[in-house]
Design a protein around this ligand. Structure first.
Ligand code: FES
Length: 227
């Protein structure tokens, strides 16, 4: 038959399926009949909900990927880990202080790092995870925040850490402290929030709420675009 897509065999949670070879793991799972209520979010590599572990035939290495960003391979044995159990500290961001010891107070396990670099090797975002843990150990909050900035919190680093560090929670704590207490306040943002609170955009918002789909499309297509 002309143009029929080439198929590959993959194994989802141990069961064999024949799927088109051009599909992402996420789409292949749906093609195989899975309805994803967990393990799927943005479908664009940003939310970290689709962490997947897999092996391919004849290869002993356990590989990892984001399911929405990775094309299936022949004889791929895969399963998703949409959530990996991890300890999460509770804190009030407003009460945190930009002090060197602040992160270690909530996550003292960062000092158990063995330097194995498994977290960095497993990161599907290619972040230098072990480096931002090192910055956190040294109390360099700004560097830990910057180095972890692209973390999508998929949890794969945690799944590999022999010291049981929860890297992504350490990273988000650094970014919260940085955002709340270290980064200079944004004057533009302050002004815009004030304008919103004073009702500057209320009429426009009401117009949007009243519009039907066709009107919304028209507004979108004829919107003013900054040069
Ligand atoms: S679905 Fe959001 S990163 Fe894959």
């Amino acid at each position: 038959m002309a143009n029929e897509a080439a198929k590959v065999n993959i194994y989802i949670m141990g069961k064999k399926y024949s799927v088109p070879d051009s599909l992402t793991i996420l789409n292949a799972m749906e093609y195989a009949g899975y309805q994803l209520k967990r393990g799927c979010g943005c479908r664009a590599g940003f939310c970290g909900a689709c962490a997947t572990v897999y092996r391919t035939a004849g290869d002993t290495e356990l590989k990892v990927a984001l399911a929405c960003q990775t094309i299936v391979e022949p004889e791929m044995y895969l399963t998703q880990i949409p959530f990996f159990p991890a300890q999460k500290a509770e804190y009030d961001v407003a009460q945190l202080e930009p002090k060197a010891a602040q992160i270690a107070q909530y996550y003292p396990e960062i000092f158990r790092c063995l330097g194995c670099n498994s977290c960095t090797k497993v990161c599907p975002q290619d972040l230098n995870v072990m480096q931002y843990i090192a910055y956190a150990q040294r109390g360099e909050i700004d560097k830990a925040a910057s180095e972890s900035f692209d973390c999508v919190m998929c949890g794969l680093c945690v799944s590999r850490c022999p010291a049981h560090i929860v890297h992504y929670n350490v990273g988000i704590l650094a970014r919260r402290i940085y955002g709340k207490h270290i980064a200079p306040p944004s004057e533009h943002l302050r002004q815009r929030v004030e304008e919103i609170e004073n009702g500057k955009f209320d009429a426009e918002l009401e117009e949007l709420m009243r519009a039907d789909l066709a009107e919304l499309k028209e507004m979108y297509n004829s919107r003013e675009i900054e040069k």
